[in-house]
Design a binder for this molecule. Structure first.
Ligand code: 5FX
Length: 533
């Protein structure tokens, strides 16, 4: 087949701050990358970091229609650049996890009858019963979480059924809040999608099913039977099972591209769509991991995750059905204060320069002379606490640190927390564990060195920061070709080892972790916290 005809696979990532599209060929070579950034490409929606934080500081939403308009812009941009839509044979995608989209009654018909003469956002303008989608940064549903836990027999029981105790951002709790506080809007809701299945709906011109892996982030799915849990559904809203629709395995082909895409952008009528999933499950596919690898994804949120052969119920962290092999699982812990906090410290302490930030990291000692900072700019997930705190080597609170100390403190405390909670979730990290780093901050070698020192293990990167979009390309190929995932990723670039732990690091961070844990506990007890802690 000559290059003009070769098959192409498209992977989309509807993330918090942008939509990213990556296209690969059969050799897994990236042939196109296009992005639309919400804050700058769609300034009319006045989002910051892609979101609206409401006055109560805990309710966080994004206008659903903005995502639709951003997708129009993305496709228009690719068309203007002469992108060969007709060579795409399969598409899959990812969405920020847990966020929910509420389609108004009658919108299924609109989706099925889209005309190529108008854009998607013009036609879907009135398609949402709740125009602002609650997203993963939302922390307004503590009361609903406790109610759900109580109704199923407690937090551990909920974790046993759904893979997680009640978490504020989890979709079931968000749905419960809406069904209780906005009953008339809930009533006229025809379908509730996750961000991932909402995005897939735009491609197939119909409501797309939720996949098992992203569906595990809702506190609604029984991750053992792989069916909606009747008890959880009942607790969260009336008639919920019909509003959610059926679920599918993450590698299932859910349809072909819509007539709208064929007519307006010249997509190939035989181009298939594989179920979309969450951004973290898609990233798992994108790093082509081996069993036992620990993955650390450094983005708007930081997440640590790994591939598990079996599940256990814990109060910390989460278990999802594995997006690559639905007979296995993936574990994950998510931290809300990730790259935006690092960026704030870079701006305040390193004159806005990542080079200067890195120099400070290189020129300060491991352990930061005993200084520990804790940086929860927004309400953290674990612990459920907010604020910025500085402690000297005697654990006394101090008001601030010199700039270089502050830079090291933010990275050290973030990475200590990542490792500590990862171990609490049952993910093991030994000196031989491969830490695969991905996401924006994985480009910064000085940060990677701190990760290696804190984790006491070698850190690897491949030069692909968009693992969720790339993983979506791999998942498209996997779903279409029906082969083993290991065959799909055979020519995935081998990750390069970029950092190994420095001598003495293990002891320094062992001691520091004990102190960090105790300090974090005092904060959690003194700030706005989960009623259980
Ligand atoms: C995972 O549980 C999260 O909440 C986040 O990582 C979102 O998926 C970010 F998009």
């Amino acid at each position: 087949m000559d290059a003009e005809e070769a098959r192409l696979f498209l992977g989309l990532d509807f993330s918090t701050q942008q939509i990213k599209a990556v296209t690969i060929n059969d050799d897994l070579k990236i042939v196109n990358e296009t992005a639309v950034k919400f804050d700058t490409d769609l300034p009319e929606y006045k989002t910051q970091g892609g979101v609206h934080i409401q006055d109560d500081h805990v309710t966080v939403t994004t206008p659903s229609i903005m995502w639709v308009k951003a997708f129009d812009i993305l496709l228009d941009r690719m068309k203007e650049d002469g992108f060969p839509f007709n060579r795409l044979v399969c598409i899959s995608g990812a969405g920020q996890q847990h966020g929910s989209v509420y389609w108004k009654k009658g919108t299924k018909e609109v989706l099925k009858n889209l005309t190529e003469k108008a854009s998607l956002h013009e036609q879907l303008q009135n398609g949402f019963s709740i125009p602002d989608s609650p997203i993963w940064m939302d922390a307004s549903t503590t009361k609903n979480c406790r109610e759900l836990e109580d109704k199923v027999g407690g937090p551990l029981k909920l974790a046993e059924i759904t893979g997680s105790r009640g978490f504020e951002r989890y979709t079931g709790n968000q749905i419960m809040k809406i069904s209780q506080t906005r009953p008339s809007e809930y009533e006229i809701t025809e379908r509730i999608s996750l961000v991932s299945s909402f995005a897939a709906s735009l491609l197939i011109g119909d409501y797309a099913p939720i996949d098992l892996s992203d569906g595990s982030g809702m506190n609604l799915l029984d991750i053992t039977t792989k069916k909606w849990s009747p008890k959880c559904l009942q607790a969260c809203g009336s008639d919920l099972s019909s509003k959610l629709g059926d679920m599918v395995s993450s590698k299932q082909i859910i349809g072909s591209v819509s007539q709208f895409l064929i007519g307006r952008y010249n997509f190939n009528p035989s181009c298939k769509v594989v179920a979309f999933t969450g951004d973290n499950p898609a990233s798992l596919a994108g790093v082509a991991p081996k069993l036992g690898d620990a993955i650390i994804s450094l983005g708007s949120s930081d997440t640590v995750f790994s591939w598990l052969s079996r599940q256990t119920a814990e109060l910390e962290g989460h278990i999802f059905v594995n997006p690559i092999d639905s007979d296995t699982y993936m574990s994950l812990v998510c931290f809300k204060n990730g790259s935006l906090t690092r960026e704030r410290i870079k701006n305040e302490c390193a004159e806005g320069s990542w080079d200067k930030f890195s120099d400070y990291l290189k020129n300060t000692p491991m352990g930061n002379n005993g200084n520990i900072g804790i940086y929860f700019d927004v309400m953290e997930i674990q612990p459920l606490a907010q604020g910025i705190f500085h402690f000297n080597k005697s654990n006394e609170k101090v008001s601030s640190f010199p700039h270089d100390v502050e830079v090291r403190a933010v990275i050290e405390s973030q990475m200590i927390a990542r490792k500590m909670y990862m171990e609490m979730r049952g993910m093991h990290v030994g000196p031989d564990t491969r830490i695969l780093a991905t996401g924006g901050a994985s480009l910064n070698k000085a940060i990677l060195q701190v990760i290696s020192d804190v984790f006491g293990a070698p850190v690897f990167v491949s030069d692909i920061p968009n693992s969720a979009a790339l993983g979506s390309c791999y998942r498209a190929k996997h779903g279409l070709d029906g082969c083993e995932f290991t065959d799909v990723v055979r020519s995935h670039p081998q990750p390069e080892c970029v950092a190994v732990p420095a001598e003495g690091a293990r002891q320094i961070y062992k001691e520091m972790t004990v102190r960090y844990k105790a300090l974090e506990k005092t904060l959690a007890n003194n700030s706005r916290v989960d009623s259980r802690t």
